[in-house]
Write a protein that binds this ligand. Structure first.
Ligand code: KG4
Ligand code: ZN
Length: 371
């Protein structure tokens, strides 16, 4: 393993334009992330066309910033890497094509990286807080929870994955974002729900979709349960208003007539929002932690690795640490959400195993973990 190999990595799979320089797979020389969140906030979610355009406008400046700490600039780079999937096709295309162009012009090896695998490899990166941390020990069980993905995987070695389970509907982060919208909490929903839930009283308990004998997850029923709680609350309130009680807030038995994601419900009192935010967060955390702990026991994991944007959630970290039978590793928040440092880490171990890609590598918006 060549610890001096220095990789320039690019990430543009969703709404962050990012570039990083990583040495030996673990040392961060630079890590630059330009978030587009303000561009998307006004739409209440990510607009693919806006994302692609922003990547094109931003990538040049982000790259130059990432190269700045290198004494010999481009000459210090040994390989170029970029995410090729999963993600938004137009967004992925920007970073992948820029990376291939750089590699071609500078006659450098090129490595395509799987975004989900890279989230897991954020756990290999050294940080100022723990500059000497040993690398994770295999076998590891990894829980990847992001805006687009929720899965449990067993890693028996570099590049040796077994997918244990994944979400059958919404990703955990997507559920946070949709429920935040229902509660009128804005975007992105994860941090907003975490804030609203802080110090909220208990009392409301929402269902958990256990999907027995499976490591799969499901969060869409939970989202609907929140919607029903909101409608029940509104119906009770309306019943107290003379003259409006009979019709307001009524719903039929079964599925609501409008899809939950289409329904924003502002004007709920902060106490109701806080209780529901807490109940929702507790339900998600309980299912994620229970399944991860079961998998770690069943497969004799030496460590549990947490990854993805939802790994920033403090209750998830706290509960996993409390219940895990083996050490839990979680990257710092800035390395949990999308960044290029994790792409550089994943690329290093692939490159070290002799993997390189040709110019024909295309974007794969639906790339699987073992794809
Ligand atoms: O990994 P990521 O940056 O992007 C994807 O690849 O999807 O994850 C973004 C997701 C969003 O859904 C956001 O709401 C969620 O991570 N998130 C959180 C928290 N911070 C970000 N979810 C729960 N609690 C948080 N503190
Ligand atoms: Zn991600």
């Amino acid at each position: 393993m060549n610890r001096q190999v220095t990789i320039l990595a690019i990430e543009t799979s969703c709404d962050e334009t990012a570039a990083a320089v990583i040495r030996g797979g673990r040392t961060i020389i630079s890590n630059v992330v330009a978030s587009q969140i303000d561009e998307h906030r006004r739409y209440g979610g990510i607009v693919p066309e806006v994302a692609s355009r922003q990547h094109i406008l931003t990538i040049d400046a982000v790259l130059h910033e990432a190269l700045r700490p290198l004494p010999s600039g481009w000459n210090d780079i040994h390989a170029v890497a970029a995410t090729y999937g999963p993600g938004l096709a137009g967004a992925l295309m920007t970073g992948l094509n820029v990376a291939k162009a750089i590699a071609w012009i500078r006659e450098l090896p090129f490595v395509g990286v799987n975004h989900i695998e890279a989230h897991i490899y954020a756990n290999w990166l050294l940080t100022d807080a723990q500059p000497e941390a040993p690398a994770p020990q295999f076998p590891v069980v990894a829980l990847v929870v992001s805006g687009g993905h929720t899965l449990l995987a067993l890693l028996e070695g570099h590049g040796r994955y077994r997918l244990l389970g994944q979400t059958r509907d919404d990703a955990a982060g997507e559920a946070f974002d949709k429920v935040a919208r229902l509660l009128g909490l804005g975007f992105p929903g994860g941090p907003a729900i975490q804030r609203a839930a802080e110090g909220a009283p208990g009392g409301v308990v929402l269902p958990r979709a256990w999907l027995r004998d499976s490591y799969d997850f499901s969060f869409s029923g939970l989202k609907t349960a929140v919607l029903h709680q909101i409608r029940d609350y509104q119906a009770r309130e309306a019943a107290l208003q003379p003259g409006t009680g009979k019709s307001a807030g009524k719903r039929g038995v079964g599925a609501p007539s409008t899809p939950p994601e289409a329904t924003a419900t502002p004007h709920l009192p902060p106490t109701v929002v806080a209780r529901l935010a807490r109940a929702f967060q507790e339900s998600v955390v309980d299912v994620l932690v229970t399944k991860t702990v079961e998998a770690a026991r069943a497969f004799g994991a030496a460590e549990i690795l947490l990854a993805g944007g939802v790994a920033a959630n403090l209750r998830l970290r706290e509960e996993l640490n409390r219940r895990a039978p083996v050490p839990v590793r979680v990257p710092p928040v800035a390395l949990c959400t999308d960044n290029a440092a994790m792409i550089g880490a994943a690329a290093f171990y692939r490159f070290d195993a002799g993997i390189q890609h040709g110019w024909d590598l295309d974007v794969q918006p639906n790339l699987a973990l073992d794809g």
